[in-house]
Design a protein around this ligand. Sequence first.
Ligand code: 13P
Length: 264
Amino acid sequence: MVRRMIVAANWKMHKTLGEAVAFVRDFLAGPPEDGTVEVVICPPFTALADVGRVLGDGAVALGAQDVFWETEGAYTGAVSPLMLRDAGCRYVIVGHSERRQYFGETDTTVNRKVQAALGQGLTPIICVGEQLAQREAGITMQVIGRQMEAALAGLTPAQIAGLVVAYEPVWAIGTGRTASEADAQEAARFLRQVVARLAGEEAAGRIRIQYGGSVTPANAVGLMSQPDIDGALVGGASLKVESFRSIVAAARQGAAAKRGKGEG
Ligand code: 13P
């Protein structure tokens, strides 16, 4: 099963309109993508429409960092899947650990958001990951397995096959402490097994699983050469054009390494 690599920039609460548009213009002015790697840029809500206009229908896709589950209504402060589509989004990050930590996101709300996003034709990038204490207690797989099952509840195998999942250990986010290649691969393989159990082998072979948490140009090739890791969700290192470009190039190398081994 050949899965196309996917590298997404999660800018979190960074960049003014001017900075966001300048980044994208600069990125697009570089060498064109050869299609091996799908690139997604997820700016803050305020910059979505402007960045979307610059990206147009081109190879680089637009994504949002969160979404609400209703289409419209009296939900002050919320942004709907319909609005994201309207702004040009193809992707939306759902269930990021920062949303879970600071904004009351739960497994149940993640599932509602995933269903609503799919209903508007958006592809969710679902984030799962354990906290440090959970890893130390040896319950990583239970934690991420439970998050995954809850996020996928009620979805069809075909819907599940089209999803992107990001394995992001919470202790690795913004800390400079990356998961080892072996630990990241083990978690990704486990998540794929969860999908196989819930939705069958075909969906498990097609769903794309990213690693996220202190990805840098230096560690990206090793992580993305792992057989079950199909890309990266990048925070800090996605804020500068050069380092983000290097990580996209690393994904290309990772894909080539896997083809060389007859995997992926
Ligand atoms: P960092 O790459 O800054 O560790 O952030 C990872 C992340 O949370 C991406 O969603």
